[in-house]
Structure formats: structure tokens, C-alpha cells
Ligand binder design. Structure first.
Ligand code: DGL
Length: 294
């Protein structure tokens, strides 16, 4: 994960209210795994969650499209009064956090695959990484490997089809299990004892992954570390929410598609019957898409 301080002091005074919400965003439903950890770590924070499900998966998009959407959604959340932004998407972080940092003046927290914890913990010195193609080919990911892999060999596997399955709320069909087995079996055969879940959608597949790998692999999910990083960033900026006398605020959920699957996953994962508000967040690339003849 990464975080950066606000760019100048006047911006900090523009967002002093510790009661302002934290914005969390993902290409779709995956960021809910991060939101769950944030709620557990920071129960007094008001949260706004945006799922850009209409344009998921980002992992199959070009770099400019991902940057365009990440920036548009970050700006939209800032306009809603967000005091900080969590880019709860490895793909968007890998591809566009540098640009968003330049353009947005609220503190940012991004996510990245847990290469460092995997290298620290693997005993066999072989570990697998499942992430999107965009994440795996990014300069940020290559730099992570160079910095932390040390003597550990990482087998990097693009998880084609997995984000689409989670977006359909498919976390255990036969077809999905076969897809996963095709990705994980070669890692097991190579002696991997650790698996980095390098996409925030993949923690929803943990039961299906466990059925295939059993206890032979430790699964690395960085959502708790991201929540702790957010806590540090809010404290550094003096904007951590005070204790809510009336109990934890209920997050607000927004989706760029109908939101039915977001609502379903919120119910399953967070045990909440939440309204999902449909939102249009126009951007340069999506305007170009909608002006194309049908
Ligand atoms: N949850 C996103 C990630 O962490 C999924 C990216 C996608 O939409 O392909 O990478």
C-alpha cells in the first residue's frame, strides 16, 4: 500500500472536519473486502463506497482508460466531501496512483500485492501471485518484486475471468473452480507454499481456493494492513473521526451499474441490508464510448 501526505497546508484546512467521510473505490465489488477491514479497524469513520461495475473489469482495459476512470471517481468522491481516498483496487493503484496524487489534494491510500509479507513468510521460497494482467505488467509491481522478493521465486499468474466471476457473485461454481485449479495447480507443483491475493476481488474466492490448495498454501490478503495504513494517514492529518455517540455510521454505497450484485454482496459480507445508489460519473473515455453509434 502507499500513502502520501496532503500536498499543501491550505488543502488540509479545506478538509478539517474529522466527521467528513472516507471515500473507498474499486472497479467493482472487490473493494468491499477492504471496506470490511476498514470498518473493523475504524468503526467511527463514515464511509462512501463507489463500485465502477459498469466498466469492470479494469484488468482488461487499457492504461489510459483506467487512469481516466480512477481520476474521475477520485474527483467525484472529493466533491462529495471525502477527507481521504482509498483506491481499493490493485489495478488502479498500479496503473494510476501517481497521476491521482498529482491531481487530487486529499490524502490517498492505495493497495498493492503483498510481495513483502509473502517473501518474509515463505519457507519453501516459492510463492504464487494471482493478480490482473495490468497489475502484473506494471512498473510498480516489477519494482515491488525487485525490492522485496529477495531469494524467493514468485510465480505470477494473471487471474483472467476471476473478477468477472465475483462481479456475477459467483464464488464457487464448477466452472470457477476449474479456472482456479488451472491457475493454482502449477504453483503447487512448483512447491509454492504462499499465495498472494493481488486483487481485492480475490479474497471472496478464499473458500474455493482453500478447497484446491488445502493447507499447503498460506493466503496473503493485505486488507487489514490497508486499514491500518488508513488509520495512520488520518491521524497524521488530524482528521480521524471522534467516537460516535450514536454508534457506527452506516456506509453509503454507490454503483455505476444497477447495483444489484453490490447489494447482494454487502448483505452476505457485511450482513447489512443497504441501499445502493446508482451514480453516473462521466469521464473523457466513457463519454467517447457513449457517443459511439450503437
Ligand atoms: N479489485 C481490482 C484489483 O484489485 C480488480 C481489477 C479489475 O477490475 O480487473 O485489481
Amino acid at each position: 500500500m502507499s500513502a502520501e501526505p496532503s500536498l499543501n497546508a491550505s488543502i488540509i484546512t479545506a478538509h478539517p472536519a474529522s466527521r467528513a467521510p472516507v471515500g473507498i473505490f474499486d472497479s467493482g465489488l472487490g473493494g468491499l473486502s477492504v471496506l470490511r477491514a476498514v470498518r473493523a479497524q475504524l468503526p467511527d469513520e463514515a464511509l462512501l463506497y463507489v463500485a465502477d461495475s459498469l466498466y469492470a473489469p479494469y484488468g482488461e482495459r487499457d492504461d489510459d482508460f483506467i487512469a481516466d476512470r480512477t481520476l474521475a471517481i477520485g474527483e467525484w468522491l472529493a466533491r462529495q466531501g471525502a477527507k481521504a481516498l482509498v483506491i481499493a483496487c490493485n489495478t488502479a493503484t498500479a496503473q494510476s496512483i501517481a497521476l491521482v496524487r498529482e491531481r487530487l489534494s486529499i490524502p490517498l491510500v492505495g493497495v498493492e500485492p503483498g510481495i513483502k509479507p509473502a517473501a518474509l513468510q515463505s519457507r519453501s521460497r516459492v510463492a504464487g501471485v494471482l493478480a490482473t494482467q495490468v497489475t502484473l505488467r506494471s512498473t510498480r509491481f516489477q519494482a515491488l518484486l525487485e525490492r522485496y522478493a529477495a531469494d524467493c521465486r514468485f510465480i505470477c499468474q494473471p487471474g483472467h475471468g476471476l473478477v468477472q466471476a465475483v462481479e456475477r457473485c459467483d464464488v464457487g461454481s464448477e466452472q470457477l473452480r476449474a479456472l482456479l485449479a488451472g491457475y493454482l495447480q502449477p504453483m503447487l507443483e512448483a512447491g509454492a507454499d504462499t499465495l498472494v491475493l493481488g486483487c481485492t476481488h480475490y479474497p471472496f474466492l478464499d473458500a474455493a481456493i482453500r478447497d484446491i490448495v488445502g493447507e499447503r498454501m498460506a493466503l496473503i490478503d493485505t486488507s487489514v494492513a490497508i486499514a491500518r495504513q488508513l488509520e495512520r494517514v488520518l491521524e497524521q492529518h488530524g482528521v480521524r473521526a471522534a467516537l460516535h455517540a450514536t454508534g457506527a455510521p452506516v456506509p453509503r454505497f454507490f454503483s455505476t451499474d444497477g447495483g444489484a450484485h453490490l447489494r447482494q454482496l454487502v448483505a452476505t459480507l457485511l450482513d447489512m441490508d443497504a441501499e445502493v445508489e446508482r451514480v453516473e460519473i462521466p469521464s473523457r473515455r466513457t463519454a467517447a464510448l457513449s457517443s459511439q453509434p450503437g
